[in-house]
Design a protein around this ligand. Structure first.
Ligand SMILES: Cc1ncc(COP(=O)(O)O)c(C=O)c1O
Length: 489
């Protein structure tokens, strides 16, 4: 069915210089970017001024025309056509206006689930258990339970609570009743009801902007300034030398150093009377600069978590849903057992977390809010997963990723003074510019040439294309990137 709807509009340049048409996975995509106005254009400027009178809108880059945007092409209100390698901060799974997604709410029962948004923890519709099973659990990273939430921050925030609740459950052992003292003291934010416990996170991490997640976020000061926070342990995340193959000894030593620090901190905080109830970590630190760590590092981290009775939470909000060439990035690590908790949002369209039975609170209402997500989003996720399977998009991500990664390596060779440290998995890739200023210039100039791309950390350019980004899109990106670098020389 889907295959028949493919349109032949993309093109690849062959070695002999001829152009070959290739099938685009989203029908109706333009052939290439086309920027007709200055960027931002006059209509984006006008709307930005209007918006800024109402709210702080300094982060707005472009206003989108979401009627016209299609597939991997973002079209702005000035009619400029951009190839989108950043996809709304990594959150568009199969491109704009995918026909299978548009079809979802033509089904009246799904439309009614969207309109009559239930308090899912209290009055779910009859479809809810079935959808959790057939949609969310069908792509679970081997964890039997799932809790839905609205966004990445609130998924982590609530998952942190599950880590604490489980830690205390283990401490109480058989005696599951709360004491009167606990009940009274928690009401005034005091121990023992509100116990002295901590979570260990990593320098460079980003887990969200709510109060507890912000305490574990360490990527940019501007996110944290002026907000009171918690004195919880922060370890160093490995900082590798590139290329990886030429630096295995140093990088292995880096893993060992960071793991030793994790263990030291756990012991220190135990002694301080603030035991570590959990370790929270991204499989690839994304906002913090696309810092990756080896499977051995993650295996070691899991062993330490188990040794000290701390839960292991892997935050797959940005890495999850296929972009690294596997459904979950941590599946690349060969962990002995699944992590205790895996959080998700962004490309999964609905937020939430998978968890082990041990992480399930014994009483209701402990992990809870009014909406607990949105059934409309699970219907969209269902459509996305159907397309993912039918079009074998994980294989596509790996093919596109190879093309992109080898192309960026080539650019790194051609422009060694400008680029270094190409890295990543699948099409979840990054490269460093030699300076912060150069990185920002490259992003701006790429945009003027019709490419939306993103930055992360101080120096990195990150790629977060949709799973329908194909080799011909990669070629367009690489061509424009080369033009920008040539102009920099
Ligand atoms: C790894 C990670 N965790 C959590 C979040 C927070 O998600 P949200 O912005 O939906 O609250 C992000 C957002 O970028 C993220 O990258």
């Amino acid at each position: 069915m889907l295959a028949r709807r493919l349109q032949y509009i993309g093109h690849n340049t062959l070695k002999n210089g001829n152009i070959r048409s290739v099938a685009s996975l989203v029908p109706g995509e333009p052939k290439e970017p086309n920027v007709k106005t200055e960027v931002p254009g006059p209509e984006t400027k006008r709307l930005s001024e209007e918006l800024n009178k109402i709210t702080q809108s300094g982060s707005v880059q472009l206003f989108g025309d979401y009627d016209k945007s299609i597939g991997n092409y973002f079209i702005d209100v000035d009619g400029n056509i951009f190839l989108d390698t950043f996809t709304q901060i990594s959150s568009v799974p199969i491109g704009y206006n995918h026909p299978e997604m548009l079809k979802v709410f033509t089904d009246q029962s799904k439309l009614k689930a969207l309109v009559n948004r239930p308090a899912l923890g209290v009055f779910p519709g009859d479809y809810w258990p079935g959808k959790l099973k057939s949609v969310l659990l069908s792509v679970s990273p081997n964890l039997p339970n799932v809790m839905t939430m609205m966004c990445g921050s609130c998924s982590n925030e609530n998952a942190y609570k599950a880590l604490f609740i489980t830690y205390r459950k283990h401490q109480r052992g058989e005696n599951i009743d709360f004491t009167e003292e606990e009940k009274a003291s928690c009401m005034v934010n005091k121990a023992p009801g509100a116990p002295h416990l901590s979570l260990l996170s990593f320098h460079g991490a980003f887990h969200g902007r709510t109060m507890a997640t912000l305490a574990t976020t360490h990527s940019k000061a501007i996110h944290k300034l002026d907000v009171p926070s918690l004195d919880w342990p922060i370890a160093h995340f490995p900082q590798y030398k590139y290329p990886l193959e030429e630096n295995t000894r140093d990088n292995k030593a880096e893993d060992a150093k960071c793991l030793a620090e994790v263990e030291d901190l756990i012991v220190q905080y135990e002694r301080k009377g603030v035991p570590v109830a959990g370790i929270v970590v991204e499989p690839i630190q994304s906002e913090g600069g696309d810092n990756e760590a080896s499977p051995e590092f993650f295996q070691g981290l899991q062993n330490i978590a188990k040794k000290y009775g701390a839960g292991l939470l892997i935050d797959e909000v940005q890495t999850g849903a296929g972009a690294t060439g596997k459904m979950w990035c941590h599946e690349h690590f060969g962990l002995e057992t699944p992590p205790d908790i895996v959080t998700f949002s962004k490309k999964m369209l609905i937020g939430g977390f998978y968890h082990s039975l041990d992480e399930r609170p014994q009483q209701p209402y402990r992990i809870f809010n009014t909406w607990l997500g949105d059934p409309g989003k699970i219907f969209l996720l269902e459509a996305f997963i159907k397309v993912l399977r039918e079009q074998n998009l994980l294989e596509q991500v790996n093919k596109t990723g190879e093309r992109l990664k080898s192309g960026i390596f080539q650019l790194e060779k051609e422009f060694p003074a400008l680029l270094n440290s190409t890295r990543g998995r699948g099409s979840f890739l990054a490269v460093n510019a030699s300076t912060h200023q150069l990185r920002d210039d490259i992003l701006e100039r790429l945009k003027k040439k019709g490419i939306i791309s993103g930055g992360c950390g101080d120096h990195s350019i990150r790629l977060r294309p949709s799973l329908t980004f194909q080799e011909h899109h990669a070629d367009i990106f690489l061509d424009r990137f080369r033009q920008v670098l040539k102009e920099t020389k």
